[in-house]
Write a new protein. Structure first.
Length: 343
């Protein structure tokens, strides 16, 4: 396993900058997710680290040594794509052994390594199957086995679960994360799925419009996003409430709330639905249920008061109906304040 350092990397295509001065580090044995929307430059950056694309500027270091001029096959990094890219005319055994054969590993050692990989990814008995005979999850396991068979220093995963159905995706996330931990292999996972990144990562690097906006643990980027841009990307549903801070108090349509760390000025408060509750008789009364979205273990409500809408989360033990009057409680200590300007 290797420590990775990406230093001031930039890349442009046809005059359009795709990666813009990106820098971050991945610790030995760590799983870091490159998280960002489609078109953010995640796959391009992963290919630069793998050596498939050369940057216009910057450098890539493995264990403190530049690999910028090291050929792809000698970097010790393997890349697993979302489409698996298994050879359709080869059996599972032949697919897994492919990299070893290209490296000139003797047949008896290749066979032993293949058997070890099949056991590692729970695919014993499938060695003579062809890719078209496998499920999506099984293909993904074979792709991982083929990548790991060559004992890489770095594992690069490009949206590896995006082609799987939701249940299988969750299963493969857990499997891959467990495998990565057991092997202690330094791994970079590219994903646009913020929930996936939160669940599997040691740390997350948020990449938006070709620039790193924040690097931190899942808890840090979720609870303490570095900017409104990052906060907007993490989490599907949020409330945005504009107001003003003066003398350590944030005043907004919801009321006055302490904001001792904020300097005087205009702010947008970002409040997640789980921090807004329907609570009889507390804090803010006189709301009307506008919409109800049942989500099994919980219910999302949109409530309205004097033209202001709030999304809130409630348990499913009591179901409120549209038009019903309710009281709302806001845990403003969990709100995220970002300086802003009003239109």
């Amino acid at each position: 396993m290797a420590e990775i350092r990406v230093e001031n990397v930039s890349k442009a295509y046809k005059g359009e900058k795709i990666i813009n001065g990106v820098s971050f580090e991945v610790n030995r044995g760590e799983l870091l997710s490159l998280l960002g929307p489609s078109g953010a430059g995640k796959t391009t950056l992963l290919k630069i680290i793998a050596g498939l694309v050369r940057p216009d500027a910057g450098n890539i270091f493995f264990d403190g040594a530049s690999v910028l001029n090291v050929p792809v096959e000698k970097r010790g990094a393997v890349l697993v794509f979302q489409d698996y890219l298994l050879f359709p005319h080869m059996t599972v055994e032949q697919n897994i052994a492919f990299g070893l054969r290209m490296a000139g590993v003797p047949e008896n050692k290749r066979r032993k390594a293949v058997l070890e990989m099949l056991a590692l990814v729970d695919m014993k008995g499938y060695e003579h199957k062809y890719p078209h005979e496998l499920s999506g999850g099984q293909k993904q396991r074979v792709a991982l086995a083929r990548a790991l068979a060559v004992k890489p220093r770095v594992l690069l995963l490009d949206e590896p679960f995006s082609n799987l159905d939701p249940r299988l995706r969750e299963s493969m996330r857990e499997f891959t994360r467990d495998l990565q931990r057991r092997m202690e292999i330094t791994t970079i996972l590219v994903t646009h799925d913020w929930e996936e990144a939160l669940m599997v990562s040691d740390r997350i690097a948020v990449l938006i419009n070709g620039s790193i906006k924040q690097v931190g643990t899942p808890e840090e980027v979720y609870f303490r996003p570095a900017s409104l841009e990052v906060a907007e990307f993490l989490g599907e549903k949020k409330n945005y409430v504009k107001g003003r801070v003066k003398d350590g108090v944030f005043s907004c349509p919801l009321g006055d709330f302490p904001a001792p760390q904020a300097v005087d000025g205009l702010y947008t408060a970002v409040i997640r639905p789980e921090h807004v509750r329907i609570s009889p008789g507390v804090e803010i009364s006189g709301w009307t249920v506008h919409d109800v979205r049942f989500a099994g273990g919980c219910i999302y409500y949109k409530v309205m008061k004097e033209g202001l809408f709030l999304l809130c989360l409630a348990s499913n033990d009591v179901i409120h109906r549209p038009g019903e009057r309710v009281d709302v409680s806001v845990d403003f200590s969990k709100a995220m304040l970002f300086e802003t300007s009003f239109d």
